[in-house]
Write a protein that binds this ligand. Structure first.
Ligand SMILES: Nc1ncnc2c1ncn2[C@@H]1O[C@H](COP(=O)(O)OP(=O)(O)OP(=O)(O)O)[C@@H](O)[C@H]1O
Ligand SMILES: [Mg+2]
Length: 253
């Protein structure tokens, strides 16, 4: 497979157009497990979303390139990401945020007992952190353990960059972080990602989501120290101050 037409670069991946398909190449051969996890998760979600208005690229093939890198070949989704659309016409930001709320609520309407559990992932991430002390870890793990156990489809990375809108509909991409879990945890994760990349939109999104879904903001806020701690695992210096601040807040007003 000779990949020439790079269409996007992500965090540790390159996405190429090849023979009418999208090929997501993981940057290092050691990312085999991540690639296989993403492909299996994507395939499982595909089966679940067949009856939904929400669309996603279907997985066609998993392969190893001649240089040892792993790759997923999937449907190529034409059109722009919601991120590009907001940048192009900021006056439509509210409409796009409403759309993203609809997308996230539709995801949470799906039950996914076959995916691994979001709580297990977060617990593993928190346990492995070196930058917070054992007492804080214990507090966070106790909080996590007390949270309601749900089996809803949580995308785990729902942001405007992972949604493409075209004439055929609304597509959700990037399934590597999807798990079964609690909807409020998934919204808290989206809120965190928005605070990091689109600070002016985060509170608006949270308000819109809570209003549309009838969720009390307190349920989402209770997850914020947990999602902040889990994100510390990425070890990005520019995120550290905000994450440490969130970890220390016990109750939000
Ligand atoms: N099937 C596809 N069709 C069209 N464009 C795609 C497709 N898959 C990915 N892209 C483009 O490539 C970008 C990066 O892909 P993706 O979001 O899957 O990787 P990422 O954000 O680096 O994720 P991660 O490293 O978390 O798996 C997307 O934002 C989108 O612009
Ligand atoms: Mg992405």
């Amino acid at each position: 497979m000779e990949l020439k037409n790079l269409i996007a670069e992500g965090d540790g991946v390159e996405v190429y157009e090849y023979e009418g398909k999208a090929v997501k190449v993981f940057n290092d051969p050691s990312l085999k497990e991540k690639c296989l996890y993403e492909a299996l998760t994507q395939a499982r979600v595909e089966t679940t979303l067949v009856n939904s208005w929400l669309k996603m690229p279907s997985v066609n093939e998993v392969s190893v390139l001649s240089d040892g890198r792993w790759a997923i070949t999937m449907d190529l989704i034409k059109g722009k990401t919601m991120h590009d659309l907001i940048e192009e016409d900021p006056s439509k930001t509210d409409l796009y945020l409403d759309k993203m709320v609809d997308v996230q609520m539709e995801l949470h309407a799906q039950y996914m007992p076959l995916l691994s559990k979001l709580k297990d992932k977060m617990s593993r991430q928190i346990k492995s952190l070196g930058v917070i002390d054992e007492i804080k870890k214990y507090e966070l793990l106790t909080r996590l353990d007390s949270m309601p156990k749900h089996i809803k489809l949580c995308h785990g990375n729902l942001t405007p960059r992972n949604i493409i809108i075209n004439e055929e509909g609304t597509y959700v991409l990037d399934w590597v972080a999807a798990r079964q879990g609690n909807a409020s945890a998934d919204v808290a994760r989206t809120y965190l990602l928005l605070c990091l990349e689109y600070p002016a939109l985060a509170d608006k999104y949270m308000d819109k989501f809570c209003l549309a879904s009838g969720t009390s903001k307190r349920y989402v806020q209770a997850w914020l120290p947990i999602v902040a701690a889990a994100q510390l695992i990425k070890n990005k210096p520019e995120e550290r101050e905000l994450l440490m601040k969130w970890i220390d807040v016990v109750d939000y007003d």
